[in-house]
Design a binder for this molecule. Structure first.
Ligand code: BGN
Length: 380
């Protein structure tokens, strides 16, 4: 039994030794990996920012990184079909009509989702902050933009909201490296507010200035919170206001087309723009959705996580009492009511630094006079 003991002792000594070597090797490799990792994270600002307590910023940057390369590269949009409620199918959009520029796409300095800046900054200070804008227009200096965008905002008497709008939208669309013009289309006092007609006026006035690829009809009080919700056009109209703060970060109903929507020139002309006959709050966006469908387009929405929009409070507009009736009539007359029969009086068009101010007079009595003719029994 003795020799056997000696051998087993020797064996156990040997295995002790190899155990030490193995452990030492393991510790050394872990240390090396740790140091390399440290260098890697340090190089991506991870450690520096965590130590500074900037964890949130880093997380959003990481989120930005992943989503920029995965989602926006795919241009993932969702088709909305009102006939089948809640059946959203996904579509990969190609931009057949657009003149592709040579600016990096998607842009490199996007910030992902960031809260709105609600500070009221005087217009003179905004002018100084956004010196890259002139005559309500911006064009990237060293490259050609992916698309040229006209932002059209129906407006009346909301100066505070206008300043907040400018201070949020300008830097966001600037980071998106697009060429853009901002058109604030104000309705003179008198007739009830007509969002549809002001949108049509903005479209016409913008296209007079230059051949924009894309027009964005934008409410003053609904503002994107996410750079990845691009102000661009695709094969189909894009509805951008998909998770709106005032609707608990949802859409109020599946076919909601209000807030912010984008159209190529052709799309807007094909649907004959907005109806002109909706005076007062409500309904014109429902008719817009119907026009998109009637013209065989499909309304699309950005990838879910990118559609957050903040809302800026204001007192409401007077409701349009006959909007239900108008929705009925519009079904029959939509091809004659819109861009094709647009009549207004352009009181002023002034190029300010941050936007083009279009001041237009709409004569409600005259517009409604046309409705009588369009809707007369002899035309049915
Ligand atoms: C709807 C309005 C829309 C408005 C949304 C969200 C009408 C038409 C008669 C039913 N539609 O009710 O215009 O954008 O609410 O506020 O009023």
């Amino acid at each position: 039994m003795k020799p056997l003991n000696i051998t087993s002792q020797a064996k156990s000594k040997r295995s002790d030794k190899s155990w030490y070597i193995l452990s030492a090797g393991l510790i050394i490799s872990v240390t090396v990996i740790f140091i390399l990792d440290l260098q890697f994270f340090a190089s991506t600002n991870f450690i520096r920012n965590t130590l500074n307590g900037k964890m949130l910023e880093v997380l959003s940057a990481a989120d930005n990184f992943t989503n920029r390369f995965i989602d926006t590269m795919k241009h993932k949009l969702i088709i909305i079909d009102s006939d089948i409620p809640d059946s959203a199918s996904e579509q990969h959009v190609t931009d057949r009509f657009s003149n592709h520029g040579n600016c990096t796409w998607p842009p490199l300095n996007l910030q992902g989702r960031t809260p709105l800046n609600r500070t009221d900054i005087p217009i003179e200070k905004l002018d100084k902050k956004y010196t890259f804008m002139a005559d309500g227009h911006y064009k990237p200096k060293n490259c050609t933009a992916y698309q040229k965008i006209a932002i059209v905002v129906p407006y009346r008497d909301r100066q505070l909201q206008l300043r907040i709008f400018l201070n949020n939208v300008i830097p966001r669309i600037h980071r998106q490296q697009l060429e853009f013009g901002i058109y604030i289309v104000e309705q003179t006092a008198g007739s009830l507010f007509n969002r549809g007609m002001l949108s049509n006026i903005g479209f016409v006035q913008a296209m007079k200035d230059m051949a924009y690829d894309c027009v964005v009809i934008h409410d003053l009080d609904i503002l994107p919170e996410d750079d990845r919700n691009f102000y661009i056009c695709g094969d189909n109209p894009i509805h951008m206001a998909t998770k709106v703060e005032k609707f608990k970060y949802r859409v109020p109903y599946h076919s909601f087309a209000g807030g912010i929507s984008t159209f190529s020139r052709k799309q807007y002309e094909d649907i004959n723009g907005f109806p002109n006959q909706f005076f007062g709050w409500g309904g014109e966006d429902d008719e817009l959705f119907a026009r998109i469908k009637r013209s065989n387009y499909k309304m699309t929405r950005p990838f879910d996580a990118h559609g957050h929009c903040g809302s800026v409070q204001h007192s409401g507009q007077r409701t349009g009492n006959d909007r239900m009736k108008m929705l009925q009539i519009s079904r029959k007359i939509w091809k004659q009511d819109g861009l094709t029969d647009l009549e207004y009086n352009l009181v002023e068009k002034r190029r300010k630094q941050l936007y083009v101010w279009v001041y237009a007079d709409i004569n409600m009595a005259k517009v409604r006079e046309k409705l009588k003719k369009l809707n007369s029994p002899s035309r049915k």
